[in-house]
Design a protein. Structure first.
Length: 432
């Protein structure tokens, strides 16, 4: 009996030490982020550190509004920008689970008069999955669409009447990734045609409600207006609220506790508490790249369905970032230890966000097994000879973007790369 009591006391002591140690490490992390916030003069920062069982720490630093000195708190509302695309993808995955669509369906199966022009429609029709993986062949918004800021919300149908030239597909769908804010809007339009309801109502019922995201909304409502964080440029100038022309690409307003539930659900492969928001199969599909040329040849890495991948110190993360006129944010999670985070600031200071992300991600994988990078592959001259030639970028996100060129050549002994119009003296050796 004494041995049993001693064992229980020892276990309790170890658990207490483990919790105390984690709390100490979280405090060190938050202190480092706060020092960075002050140094870069960021008004406010919100952080949620999340595990598969719930939030480890949720907190806010600094000000939500500089003029009124209102502090940034857990109840502060902010814009999550393009993280909205992850919710859009979840909505289409949920609709697929309900048997109403398949993501591989052609858009025209569900939208008889779709709001785009596809010169390759007969042999390479636009499919729903291309819209969510950003392989639709669409350029991004025109200046007219970006500048739209009408406080009275307009429907997707009316929004598509603005600058239709933006929705002319420029390269064959289903081949190349090129980020476009138009793609999720067309995907949401498919959902509206199928459900005969609004996209916002569907997300509210199928995603927000079961996650307990009661304050999350696509609109600037009277309920959230008093708690909305002000938005600022990198230099500290105030930026007005952006009423986006296509809400499915970036319009969601939310809070730290509500975004922590969203991240927890993704870590748990679609489940929040005792309820499945979507199935594990849907989360796996969301996290897997399938439609690019690279994916067709076995490289399933990159941008999935509103969810992309990256490595931090050799550890694989999934997530998405967002920008919305003075708000920038990012969430990420890794399945190696089922930890994740959500990070938001009300300043368009992308460098500061990246540095804070690095601090958080390094903390998340600090106890994970160290990854030893593989040795660089050594190719023989005969293998290298197969890639000699000139390469030109196919995609252009905006019409004014310059197409990049890559020249790979050999002098018989060495292989060199030349990017764009650099002189031949700047050739970069890539193999001997």
């Amino acid at each position: 009996m004494r041995l049993l009591i001693l064992a229980v006391l020892l276990l309790t002591s170890l658990c207490a030490y483990s919790q105390d140690n984690r709390d100490f490490e979280i405090k060190r992390l938050v202190d480092a982020i706060e020092a960075k916030r002050i140094k870069d003069e960021i008004p406010g920062v919100g952080i949620a550190l999340v595990s598969d069982s719930g939030p480890l720490w949720i907190g806010a630093l600094g000000l939500a509004d500089i003029d009124s000195k209102r502090t940034f708190t857990e109840n502060t509302v902010f814009r999550i920008g393009s993280i909205t695309k992850t919710f859009t993808a979840l909505a289409l995955l949920r609709l697929q689970e309900q048997g109403a669509i398949k993501l591989n369906d052609e858009v025209r199966q569900h939208v008889p008069s779709p709001p785009y022009e596809n010169p390759w429609e007969r042999k390479s029709p636009l499919r729903i999955v291309y819209l969510l993986e950003q392989t639709a062949g669409l350029r991004d918004l025109s200046e007219e669409e970006f500048s739209h800021n009408q406080s009275d919300p307009i429907s997707l149908q009316d929004a598509f009447k603005v600058h239709p030239e933006s929705r002319i597909i420029k390269w064959k769908p289903g081949l190349h990734h090129s980020y476009s804010n138009i793609s999720p809007a067309i995907a949401a339009y498919v959902l509206e045609e199928v459900t005969q309801g609004t996209f916002e109502d569907y997300v509210g019922e199928e995603i927000f409600k079961p996650l307990g995201m009661k304050r999350s909304t696509f609109f600037l409502t009277d309920d959230i207006r008093p708690d909305l964080a002000a938005a600022y440029t990198k230099e500290g100038e105030s930026i007005p609220y952006w009423h986006m022309i296509y809400r499915p690409f970036g319009a969601i307003n939310s809070t730290l506790p509500e975004m922590s539930r969203f991240v927890q659900m993704l870590i748990n492969k679609g489940k929040y508490k005792d309820r499945a928001i979507v199935t594990p199969a849907s989360i796996e599909q969301m996290e897997t790249v399938s439609t690019t040329l690279a994916a067709r040849h076995g490289l399933h890495y990159g941008y999935g369905l509103g969810n992309y991948q990256w490595y931090q110190n050799g550890h694989l993360f999934h997530g998405h970032g967002g920008e919305a006129h003075g708000y920038i944010s990012h969430f990420g999670y890794t399945r190696e230890n089922n930890l994740g985070y959500f990070l938001i600031m009300n300043s368009a200071h992308s460098d500061a966000l990246q540095e804070m992300r690095t601090l958080i991600e390094n903390w998340i994988v600090s106890d994970a097994k160290k990854i030893v990078p593989p040795n660089a592959a050594q190719l023989k001259q005969a293998e290298l000879a197969k890639i000699i030639g000139k390469y030109e970028q196919v995609t252009k996100r905006f019409p004014e973007d310059k197409n990049s060129q890559l020249l790979i050549l050999t002098d018989g002994n060495n292989v060199y790369a030349q990017i764009d119009d650099a002189s031949l003296d700047t050739l970069i050796p890539i193999a001997n």
